[in-house]
Write a protein that binds this ligand. Sequence first.
Ligand code: SF4
Ligand code: SF4
Length: 370
Amino acid sequence: MKEIEIFHAAVNHIPDMALKIQKTGRKIMGYLCSYAPEELIYAAGFHPMRLFSSKSEIILAENHLQSYCCSLVRGVLEDSLTGKLEYLFGTVFPHTCDSMQRLSDIWRMNGKYPFFADVVLPAKLNTESAKVYMTDVLARFKKDLEMAIGKEITDTDLKDSICIFNQIRKNLSAIYDLNSQNPGIISDRDIYALVKGSMIMDRKEVAGLLSQIVSHLEKMSPSPRKGKRLILSGSVCDTPDIFDAIETAGGFIVGDDLCTGSRWFEGRVMEDEPPLSAIASRYMARVTCPAKHSGLVTRAENLISLVEKNKADGVVFLFLKFCDPHSFDYPYLKESLEKKGIKSTAFEMDDQQQSLGQFMTRIETFIHMI
Ligand code: SF4
Ligand code: SF4
């Protein structure tokens, strides 16, 4: 489908995509985490672009970050220090895990870009006072953006932006649902190119393309796909070869709990509420990542409901090596799944040292076992 190819081209050539965006007159605002308030960034006239590691060898970043930080933060810092991110006007760091916060400090102290913001969202996301605090933090971030652009961001700007992001979220959710109901309708590699592309491409273009893809998929009726239905869970998965390996091993993905997957696009911002409070409400309602807190067993409950809703045969945990928040959550998630008779396996990834051979062996064994 030619619309899907546009996403593949974008994710395979991110610097070219950045150049194309710059030519439209929008300055580029980088972010690394799905808690970055993209609606605000876009409403200010910037282009929010999620940063992924180019996977170059870590040399300069060694001087700033220990080798036991995850490969995402080390890789993106290396890209910044080697000038690969010259297209950025600024970067936004939500307050999440320790690695991300230390990266934020290093980024600020190196001061390479005109704009920098820490968005210190609350860690606890299940109380009314946290929502009030979060709305205040968003208001402050809005002021920072207004200082940068020299004008006010109006409610109309915000509502227009929210509307575009809601369309993207709605369409990605529809694609996930269609794929779960008719596996094979679209490949796993294609799905993750759509999600990643939606984080880096022009958002109006993305919203339009995704609508066309949904209409196209709705008309398809593929023959039933054989294999094991899997849920992925973890942080960032930026290794498309993993999806091919799963397919080759006889599995396919019917849902995920990834921050490069459904955790990024889940939920809608209410369009008829005051915009900042509506953005805060979505964060409060969205399934948390382990760097936030919304209850002792919320993540396990969500994972179990994902397995049940998608009739999955098993769960594959994908962690970046040295990702403490996800590693700390893993034992209780695994135990919660076991209590329900759901089988799982875990695999550590590293952007700089990919070990697909090992992954292939492990996933084949897991798929034979379930
Ligand atoms: S896993 Fe959590 S802290 Fe890490 S990048 Fe994703 S949303 Fe941010
Ligand atoms: S992968 Fe883990 S350690 Fe790395 S930024 Fe995300 S949550 Fe933090």
